[in-house]
Write a protein that binds this ligand. Structure first.
Ligand code: 5AD
Ligand code: SF4
Length: 479
């Protein structure tokens, strides 16, 4: 058994980036012998917060736990080991986690042998680890985003030593291939193509919590996609914080357009990718999307603001005019494309006129969907140090106003689907009514529908009969 020493995070260290390219070490991951049976007759409960990168990490953590012979439970009260995989993107995401850790303290009172762990982006921040160490003595295990491969040893240490085990690396290490994975879905899969982010948008904590950009090798990605196709997967989503920068760290020119083309050729029925950055989105990418019918006609393209001065302060690296040009180019080449975006209101000192520019951009683009956020200062980021004279009430009012505008266009966009047939990948039965199924169309529209002979994982034709703002209803029709 290895001696584990406490290792605390530092955002300042995370910020200092070496210019060295990432060392793509491909290890055949092997679970240490001594941890192999620590899960026998034990159950784990895993809760995931935040983005798809975290969901995918949880699939790896779950794969490791199952190799250690743990069994999964969906009830915290039944678990011997509880783990929260957390998100740091905004203060309210963090407050939710603290609230829930607080609530589950009672389990530890009833059964002191329970091991309670916390991992993910939150614990890459020293302020968070500090707070946990001082105020949450129910937490036994803390590990970060860069050392998931060390989780079995760390869990073993927490279980056997009964000491708090804390290991968070501030710097990313090598890319570890071949970690086990327990995929939570049998027909839709996420495939990481890169880790980390080098963009350093001034409001964002991700480049600090997830480290510098490291792309996986193209052949590793293609092999994973081929394997998934053979297993019968219908939909693959390529994941990265900034997928359009794929390969830049491997000296590739427009690597993502090439990768996407190669992935499309493997022939999985549906290919999606997330998240795109407008600055790195090339015209070749537009053509690859247009020319490959299995790349879905849907794009999540975060704009953040409709005002050039705010975009500059955010260090986004593009103008509103550039965004519109890209948007128009995509629409021209892929007429049925649907768009979603992310927007932040109340960035430090955002004036009323600057906010109005964001409303104008919504009028121009008429997004199908948008994720809207009130700016949340993150300790250690440049924007957190900017002066901000805008009060909370104004920020909430702007959010509401923007939300109303987005909702009205979302509804308008959906109206165009009435009496049309869309292809839906069936996710399963609705929780409220077992005669109703749900799934997503190629354009990423949530569709609820009825019909006969429907199985989860099928792709079916659905005639749209009723429109709502954020979903549509319909009936299955024969092809
Ligand atoms: N405050 C508010 N929203 C943020 N996002 C990222 N950082 C912050 C922050 N500090 C939003 C951005 C990003 C999405 C994932 O979260 O819009 O695209
Ligand atoms: Fe954050 Fe910007 Fe990187 Fe997206 S591109 S993860 S918003 S720093």
């Amino acid at each position: 058994m290895e001696k584990i020493s406490v290792k605390l995070p530092s955002l300042a260290d995370a910020k200092r980036r070496s210019k060295q390219p990432s060392n793509i070490e491909r290890v055949n991951y092997d679970l240490p012998e001594y941890v192999k049976n620590i899960g026998v007759n034990r159950k784990y409960y895993l809760r995931t917060y935040g983005c798809q990168a975290n969901e995918r990490d949880s699939e790896t953590i779950s794969g490791l736990l199952e190799q250690m012979n743990f069994e999964r439970t969906t009830k915290p009260e039944d678990a011997d080991f509880l783990l929260f995989n957390t998100c740091a993107i905004r203060a309210n995401a963090e407050n939710k986690v603290f609230g829930e850790i607080g609530q589950l303290k009672r389990l530890k009172v009833n059964n002191p042998d329970i091991i309670f762990g916390i991992c993910g982006c939150m614990v890459q921040e020293e302020v968070v680890v500090d707070k946990i160490l001082k105020q949450y003595d129910q937490i036994d295990l803390i590990f970060g985003t860069h050392n998931i491969h060390r989780f079995p040893q760390l869990l073993y240490n927490a279980m056997m030593s009964k000491e708090r085990t804390v290991e968070v690396f501030s710097k990313e290490g090598e890319i570890i291939e071949n970690l086990p994975v327990n995929r939570f879905n049998n027909y839709k899969a996420w495939v990481n193509i890169m880790y980390g982010c080098d963009k350093f948008c001034t409001y964002c904590i991700v480049p600090y919590t997830r480290g510098k950009q490291r792309s996986r090798l193209m052949e590793d990605i293609i092999n994973e996609v081929k394997e998934l196709k053979e297993k019968g997967y219908k939909e693959i989503t390529l994941l990265g914080q900034n997928v359009n920068a794929y390969g830049k760290d491997l000296n590739m020119e427009d690597g993502f357009a090439d990768l996407l083309e190669q992935v499309a050729k493997v022939g999985v029925e549906r290919i999606r990718f997330s998240t795109s950055h407008p600055k790195d989105f090339s015209i070749k990418m537009v053509e690859v999307m247009r020319d490959n019918k299995n790349i879905m006609p849907f794009l999540h393209l975060p704009v953040q603001s409709g005002n050039n001065e705010i975009l500059r302060k955010m260090a986004r690296g593009y103008t509103v005019e550039h965004y519109k040009m890209l948007f128009d180019e995509l629409k021209k080449n892929i007429p049925n494309i649907a768009f979603s975006t992310d927007m932040i209101v109340g960035f430090p000192n955002e004036t009323e006129e600057q906010f109005q520019d964001t409303l104008k951009l919504v009028e121009y683009c008429q997004f199908d969907f948008a994720f809207l956020f009130i700016y949340s200062p993150r300790v250690g980021t440049p924007a957190a140090k900017m002066e901000d004279s805008i009060d909370e009430k104004t920020k909430s009012r702007r959010l509401k106003e923007l939300n109303e505008k987005v909702a009205s266009y979302a509804n308008l966009k959906n109206q165009a689907y009435l009496n049309k047939v869309v292809k839906v990948l069936v996710d399963g039965k609705s929780k409220k009514n077992d005669k109703v199924y749900s799934g997503y169309s190629e354009e990423n529209k949530l569709v609820n529908f009825t019909g006969e002979n429907i199985k989860t994982g099928d792709i079916v034709d659905v005639l749209i009969t009723e429109i709502r703002s954020w979903s549509m209803n319909g009936e299955k029709v024969e092809r």
